[in-house]
Design a protein around this ligand. Structure first.
Ligand code: BTN
Length: 261
């Protein structure tokens, strides 16, 4: 069912104004909301613009992974932002967005099982609830625009077999959401707050805010084929681990898996 009603969502956004979420474009189907947002960003659309879709035919995750985007089920949204940030400080926007997702969904859930897995996942009971894809248009040292794409699994109860042991949804956790638009509006508020905090107080503040949610800290991990122990996120947003030789290492990108494989 497509419950993404432009008039209702805009009325909610205007009633409790958030600095992001408008102008709002809602597609019944698109290839990828990140691509829609990037095109609009290049054409000069104002900061705060949001691109929602009921379904995506080529939803993308990091490293070329597909993002499962069945119609009517989940939230697929991308925001165009123009924060005053150096290019170096844009990847940690994924951490700020992770915190924003946690802020938006926490009131819907009982218990305390939300975690953030560096660099871009929100986990619920150890399974992926949401993924974040940050893509920046860099000019010189600065980010001219940044697209923050967020996929939140809302209603899906059965995932394809390759995802079923890895992914979860708000519905599977017992949360009831009447309209995905409500979650979108909550996300507009939390994301604008978390991005503002990052810009004004720095990446280290964002890292501090999520330290109690860090899923990997202290765990044995494999990063890009190398085994180690996760040491928590560096104050600049990069990933710290101790390698098997006992040396502390810091990486800015990579796929981290739990365990030794
Ligand atoms: C990941 O887990 O690697 C990131 C997944 C990001 C998925 C969202 S859904 C909305 C937006 N449009 C896309 O094509 N991707 C992001």
């Amino acid at each position: 069912m497509n419950d993404l009603r432009q008039d209702e969502i805009e009325a909610k956004l205007l009633a409790t104004p958030a600095p992001i979420g408008l102008p709002l474009s809602i597609a019944s189907e698109t290839e990828s909301t990140n691509d829609d947002a990037k095109r609009a960003a290049r054409s000069g659309i104002e900061a705060g613009a949001a691109f929602l879709a009921n379904t995506q035919s080529r939803g993308r995750g990091r490293r070329g992974h597909a993002w499962y985007s069945p119609p009517g089920d989940n939230l697929y949204v991308s925001f165009v932002l123009r924060p005053r940030l150096s290019a170096r400080d844009t990847p940690p926007l994924a951490l700020a967005a992770g915190l924003a997702v946690v802020d938006a969904v926490r009131p819907l859930l009982s218990g305390d099982s939300l975690r953030i897995k560096w660099p871009n996942d929100v986990l619920l009971d150890g399974k992926k609830l949401a993924g974040i894809l940050v893509e920046a248009q860099v000019v010189g040292e600065r980010a001219a625009s940044v697209v923050i794409g967020i996929g939140v699994n809302v209603h899906t109860r059965e995932f394809p077999s390759d995802l079923s042991s890895l992914a979860t949804s708000l519905a599977l956790a017992g949360a009831s959401i009447r309209h995905r638009g409500e979650l979108f509006v909550a996300l507009c508020h939390s994301l604008s707050r978390r991005v503002q905090e990052l810009v004004e107080r720095g990446v280290s503040h964002t890292v501090e805010e999520l330290s109690h949610l860090d899923y990997l800290a202290g765990k044995t991990v494999t990063i890009e084929g190398e085994r180690g122990t996760a040491l928590g996120i560096h104050s600049d947003g990069r990933f710290r681990f101790r390698d098997h030789g006992g040396n502390e290492r810091i990486v800015s990108a990579g796929q981290v898996t739990l365990g030794t494989r």
